[in-house]
Structures are given as structure tokens and as C-alpha cells.
Ligand binder design. Structure first.
Ligand code: PA5
Length: 445
């Protein structure tokens, strides 16, 4: 199982102060379990891993196979919780380079609908011109502008390029059971569709078809992913004692650090494949906790890359930060530093060592330096990057977020602040129904 080491926070906060959270954490866990806390209509993720049926997984795998049989490229159209989970898992598990090869055993996964860049969308449509491609249109509300716009372009191109019948086969919708434009389109066009349960919010939806279908199409084992999450669901259950409950410890420690002026949590990895796990985590914690003028700001860095950019700030900047490192114990491959007779680069002191040993020493050296520099440090230790371990990690962060949000006293399951930019954008674009806002905003320009 994944483990958590909080020892290197204790120079900054005391063991006793973390232990003192036991009762509050228990109350938060019970509120989640009994559905008595804020946002309790969005708790469908809580026991999701243990309740996913074999039939559901089989249905997802069968649809994934149709996409795999008929597509060289699959575009995941979605934004926020409707794409980050899939991308996080796929990139954590994928070879860094085989997607560049012509022949591969799974479609190339591409993402769209998460920005409104004309150049991005133009270049995407150009790239797809000679490709056998399919699209997964993912939107819980079914009305998100970024995704709807990209899907409009992709649907047209797919139909023109591949014909209406094939388009029907290779376009899948993942959306609400009844409402929203994505549902209306899917029903009218006869697309295969999956439902995002009402009680699962976007950023907690990675273990619904939102994440599972793209992950299965990319060739990864969704049963193992769900099994990892289900084991973590047990390990972080309401009846697991506080001292043994990773999510409870994580939530308590980060809240105590926050109370002591550490306002920014930096999620750190030493493996570039985890970049999108950090992006997913940033959304999960940022959108869940940043409200009522409070909340830890979730940031992320990829080390050692960012040690040569953000490393300076972390070492010596304002002391309002703490680090949470995702530490991967085992790598997949073996590569030793070769010996070189001339030793012009002076690297013979590393000859015969595994590259991973160098990386591990960078990790340890960085931890000690940052702690010395006044940065509390937690480590989440994960054995290796595979479906089972990533499944554990995802659920650990989800339950940790639910508990932590309740400790902070906010509703971790809504996102009222996200509407502000949309209202202004619609007013500026003269969307029907926004006439009053349009007038008001024009007066401000
Ligand atoms: O967590 C959330 O609820 C959001 O990030 C949504 O996932 C995001 O805004 C996309 O929404 P939708 O799936 O309705 O298009």
C-alpha cells in the first residue's frame, strides 16, 4: 500500500498538534459517511470504487475495443474534471515516446475542449485531416463552452472525413442522464453514451466513465485501477484508527501547517510522467477548498527540472510553503551510467550506478535542503507507477480532500466561483439571455 511520512513537518508543527485533530477528523469522516455535511448531494465518489460492477467495466471495455478497432487517434474533449483524471492516469502509465511512433498498439490520445485557442484547434483539425479518429465528448453539464465548441468542430470533421455511419460508431458521449446539449446530441445522433452520476462532481469523477473509458481506450487495465482505489477506500475508511489512516493524517497535517502560516502546498514529483497527476490534484484541491476567502493554494513542480527554475524560490523565498512529494520507489526499466575512459565530463564517479539512484539522491538531497531552508516536507511513497498504485493514489487524494475541506469548514463539493468569468464572457459575446449583463459590462469597458 501507499504510505505517508510526515516526520519532516515536525520541526515546524508538533506531533501533538497533529494528533489533536483526531476528534475533528473523525467528525469530518462521519459527516462524509453519513451524508450530514456540506455538499452532501455530491458524495457518490465516496464508495464508488467498491461499488463498480463487473458488468459496467465490461461495457466500458467493449466500447473501448470498438474505438481501438476503428481509430488511430482518439480525442478526449473535456475540461477540468472532465479530462484531467483521464490524462493524469494515461500519462502516468504511458511510455514517454512510443506515442511518436507510427505503429502502436493503442490509439494516440489527444485532448481538446480544455482551451479556446484558435491556433490549438486549427492545428488539431489540420493534424486530424488524414487520421482515422474518434471523439469522446465529456461534459457533465453538457453545456461547457470550451468543450462544446471543440466538439462542434470535431463532430463535423469526423462526419465529413469518416462518413455519418462511422462517425456514429467512433463518437461516444459521457454526460448527464437527461439534461444538457451533449445528452440531446447523443440521443439524437444515436451515439453510444455513458452517464456521469448526479452525485459525483467533475473533479471526483475519474473513476466514472469520464476517466475509465479513455484510460481503457489507451490500453490500461481499469480493473486494476479500480481495485487499487477500492483497497484505498478500505484503508481510509471511517473505522480505521486516526494514526493508521493515511488520508486522515494527510488532511490533519496540511490543515495544521495552514494554521501555522503555510498557505501554499507544492506537490512535487521526480518523474515527469506524474505532471498531469499534479494538474489533476491542483484542480481537486483548488476547486474544493479555495472559497470563503480561505484555502491552501495548490501548486506543483516537476523535479529535478524545476529545481533549475522554482528551486531558488522554494529554497529561499517567502516561508509560506510546504511540500508534499510523491516518491516512486521502483522504476520500470534499468539504465546504468556508462564508464568513459576519457572522463571529459567528470562523471565517472557515477559510472555503474543506476540513473534512478542519481535521481533518488537528488530527491533526498532536495528534501534535506528544503527542510533546512524552512520548508516542511511530507512524502507520499508509492511502490511503482502501475494501475493498482495509481488507483490507490487517486482515491487517497479524493478522500483526503473531502476530509480536509470539512476541517477547513468549507463545502468541498461546489465551485460557485467558477461562474464569474463565464457570466462576463457570455455578456461580452452577447449570448441570448445575457442582455442585462451585456449592457452592464459594456458600461465598464
Ligand atoms: O470539478 C468540476 O465540477 C469542474 O471542474 C468541471 O469538471 C468542469 O467545469 C467541466 O464541467 P462539465 O463536465 O460540466 O463540462
Amino acid at each position: 500500500m501507499i504510505s505517508l511520512n510526515i516526520e519532516k513537518t515536525f520541526g515546524f508543527i508538533s506531533k501533538a498538534s497533529v494528533a489533536a485533530y483526531e476528534a475533528q477528523v473523525k467528525a469530518a469522516q462521519e459527516a462524509l459517511e453519513n451524508g450530514t455535511g456540506k455538499g452532501n448531494d455530491f458524495l457518490g465518489w465516496l464508495h464508488l470504487p467498491s461499488s463498480i460492477s463487473q458488468e459496467h467495466l465490461a461495457d466500458l471495455k467493449a466500447t473501448a475495443q470498438v474505438m481501438r478497432d476503428n481509430c488511430d487517434v482518439v480525442i478526449v474533449a473535456g475540461i477540468g474534471g472532465s479530462y484531467l483524471g483521464a490524462r493524469a492516469v494515461i500519462e502516468a502509465l504511458s511510455n514517454s515516446f512510443t506515442w511518436l511512433q507510427e505503429k502502436k498498439n493503442a490509439p494516440v490520445m489527444i485532448y481538446a475542449g480544455h482551451n479556446i485557442s484558435e491556433d490549438y484547434l486549427y492545428e488539431l483539425t489540420e493534424f486530424l485531416k488524414d487520421k482515422k479518429f474518434g471523439v469522446i465528448n465529456i461534459s457533465k453539464s453538457g453545456t461547457t463552452t470550451e468543450t462544446a465548441l471543440a466538439f462542434r468542430l470535431l463532430k463535423k470533421q469526423c462526419e465529413n472525413q469518416r462518413g455519418k455511419d462511422m462517425a456514429k460508431k467512433v463518437i461516444v458521449a459521457i454526460t448527464d442522464a437527461k439534461k444538457g446539449a451533449a445528452r440531446i446530441t447523443a440521443d439524437k445522433e444515436g451515439y453510444k453514451s455513458f452517464i456521469i452520476p448526479d452525485n459525483v462532481g467533475g473533479r471526483f469523477s475519474v473513476l466514472t466513465p469520464v476517466g475509465l473509458l479513455p484510460i481503457a481506450i489507451a490500453g490500461f487495465d481499469i480493473e486494476k485501477l479500480v481495485a487499487g482505489a477500492a483497497d484505498m477506500e478500505k484503508a481510509c475508511g471511517v473505522n480505521v484508527p486516526f494514526a493508521e489512516n493515511l488520508a486522515a493524517q494527510y488532511a490533519a497535517t496540511r490543515n495544521e501547517l495552514y494554521k501555522n502560516g503555510k498557505k501554499i502546498e507544492i506537490l512535487v514529483n521526480f518523474c515527469p510522467k506524474l505532471h498531469y497527476v499534479s494538474e489533476w490534484w491542483k484542480q481537486l484541491y483548488g476547486e474544493s477548498e479555495g472559497k470563503e476567502n480561505k484555502g491552501i493554494f495548490p501548486a506543483a513542480v516537476d523535479f529535478s527540472t524545476d529545481l533549475h527554475s522554482m528551486g531558488q524560490w522554494i529554497q529561499e523565498g517567502e516561508r509560506t510553503i510546504f511540500e508534499t512529494v510523491i516518491s516512486v520507489e521502483k522504476v520500470d526499466h534499468k539504465l546504468e551510467v556508462p564508464s568513459d575512459e576519457a572522463n571529459l565530463d567528470g562523471l565517472n564517479f557515477l559510472a555503474g550506478k543506476r540513473v534512478d539512484e542519481v535521481n533518488k539522491m537528488a530527491e533526498l538531497g532536495t528534501q534535506l535542503a528544503h527542510v533546512d531552508g524552512g520548508v516542511p516536507n511530507m512524502r507520499i511513497i508509492i511502490e511503482k507507477l502501475d494501475e493498482y498504485n495509481i488507483g490507490q493514489l487517486l482515491y487517497f487524494f479524493e478522500i483526503g480532500c473531502g476530509i480536509s475541506g470539512y476541517l477547513l469548514g468549507v463545502n468541498p463539493f461546489n465551485q460557485p466561483g467558477v461562474e464569474a468569468y463565464k457570466k462576463n464572457m457570455f455578456a461580452l459575446l452577447n449570448k441570448p439571455g445575457y442582455e442585462e449583463e451585456s449592457k452592464a459590462i459594456q458600461a465598464r469597458l
